[in-house]
Design a protein around this ligand. Structure first.
Ligand code: GLC
Length: 477
């Protein structure tokens, strides 16, 4: 019983911290940032990509290097029984990385047809391997050690950003603050202990300064040599100023060290080069986390600040051969739920070692695109509107508030509608028109106290209607 009570207390303490974190949101003061943040919120659907030499083994990105005993850090493959041998072999993947089928225009086309409007790409993940032409290390795709360096498209991040920018995507650079290859983060003098810096920066300030400079210089390269960047998406929230050691957050972060990377200096440099840049210092509430990033989950209700769910299309962030990709039905319905709560959906596809996606990913995107062409008008530039959802009906509204959209989510692929559909918007305003997106038939409807009852003509009720994944009713006031 006592255990249970302590557990409950901890849980409520934890939610209190979470709530504080939410309250910790700081609206950017810079009007150029605010403006871009507003534009970004209209885009709703983006593409995330995790890519590096780890794709050659088809293992989790970076995490198998991390000496923490977690499900996602397990080492697999021929070298997995011995840590040091494994690390050498992992780092050696650089010498065989040669994704000759890399063709970012093909990705742009597929993403654009699916209705995606922005892209976030891993320029560097926790393993420290750079998918851009940094001058700070030769652990990079453009090093002569990497066979792909001989390819005209070897500066992969630049190729991706340029290709997507041409089609007016917003461009996001993912960058991991922790770097498990840097001798100034994991000092070879000590073995790495966990995900954190493996020495006390307070005891070795010159070493930590090196690491800060390294990070700053790499970010400066990205902010100056890669064209217009809209989002700097920084991962590894444990690299941050120390939080009080007795707090739940400190426990969660697992670090007793102050890993202050000097974000104000980074932000100043970044925004001097990229005016209006959206900064996402992930999981570090404050002035540099301009939107929050719930991971692999959809918040149950709207959040009071800009947010984005990041989620994998497969099970893994990285490429895994034969990964199970989510059905198109599920992806479309996730998008509807996220947008009805005011968020954006950043969906990840991990490119393979040959430089292309699994064919399944293209199929999903094509399905989503067909749906988006009909229903996108209720998605893009929309806002959340109470009651957000009633049973399987999810709502959005236009910014001006003159139209609402009611998305009916079926249990299976095909939309099956009842002879009379009650849409409980909770809105008593006078309705002018009700239409079903993608259907030409005029609809009869009557206004009820809390919404509209729509008469669904027989041919629109079942499979033959061709409606899939979700049907959107437009209600004009
Ligand atoms: C998780 C993964 C990390 C990945 C991130 C993306 O935290 O552990 O590898 O980059 O999600 O949101």
């Amino acid at each position: 019983m006592r255990k249970l009570l302590t557990g409950m207390l901890l849980l409520s303490l934890f939610s209190a911290v979470k709530a504080q974190q939410n309250d910790g949101y700081i609206l950017p003061a810079d009007t150029a940032v605010l403006h871009k943040l507003n534009q970004w919120q209209d885009l709703k659907f983006g593409l995330f990509m995790h890519w590096g030499p780890y794709s050659e083994w088809g293992v989790v990105e970076s995490w198998s290097l991390c000496p923490e005993d977690e499900g996602w850090t397990q080492r697999r493959g021929p070298y997995s029984s011995d840590y040091n041998t494994y690390v050498k072999a992992y780092e050696n993947l650089q010498t065989t990385f040669n994704p000759t089928h890399f063709d970012p225009d093909k990705w742009v086309k597929a993403a654009k047809d699916a209705g995606m409007k922005y892209v976030v790409f891993t320029t560097k993940h926790h393993d420290g391997f750079c998918m851009f032409d940094t001058k700070q290390t030769d652990y990079k795709v453009t090093s002569p050690k990497t066979p792909f360096s001989a390819n005209a498209k070897s500066n992969v991040a630049n190729e991706i950003f340029s290709a997507f920018r041409k089609e007016n995507f917003m461009i996001g650079a993912y960058f991991s603050k922790p770097d498990w290859h840097s001798p100034d983060y994991w000092w070879p003098y000590f073995p790495p202990k966990d995900r954190n810096v493996n020495y006390d920066p307070a005891k070795h300030p010159e070493k930590w300064q090196h690491f800060k400079d390294y990070t700053y210089n790499q970010l400066q390269e990205l902010m100056t040599g890669y064209g217009k960047i809209d989002i700097l998406w920084m991962d590894g929230g444990w690299v941050r100023p120390l939080v009080k050691s007795d707090s739940v957050l400190a426990h969660e972060m697992g670090s007793k060290y102050n890993q202050d990377i000097d974000m104000p200096k980074i932000a100043q440099m970044a925004r001097a080069n990229q005016p209006g840049l959206i900064m996402v210092d992930r999981a570090v509430p404050g002035p540099y986390e301009n939107y929050t990033t719930p991971e692999q989950q959809v918040p149950a209700a709207p959040l009071s600040h800009p947010w984005e769910t990041c989620m994998t299309m497969g099970n893994s962030w990285s490429y895994v051969p034969g990964d199970h990709y989510k059905p198109s039905l599920q992806i479309v319905q996730l998008l509807v739920k996220i947008v009805s709560r005011g968020g954006n959906f950043l969906m990840n596809i991990g490119p393979g070692p040959d430089g292309d996606w699994d064919p399944e990913a293209y199929k999903r995107l094509a399905d989503i695109g067909r749906w988006m062409k009909i229903n996108g008008e209720g998605i893009y530039s929309s806002k959340a509107v109470a009651p957000y959802s009633v049973e399987n009906i999810f709502f959005t509204q236009t910014k001006e508030g003159n139209n609402e959209y009611a998305f009916v989510l079926p249990a299976g692929e095909d939309v099956i509608l009842p002879p009379v559909l009650s849409i409980k918007t909770g809105n008593a305003r006078k309705v002018k028109h009700v239409t079903l997106l993608g259907a030409k038939q005029k609809l009869k409807w009557t206004q009820t106290g809390d919404g509209v009852d729509v008469v669904i003509p027989k041919p629109l009720q079942a499979e033959s209607s061709g409606l899939q994944y979700a049907a959107a009713f437009k209600i004009e006031y």
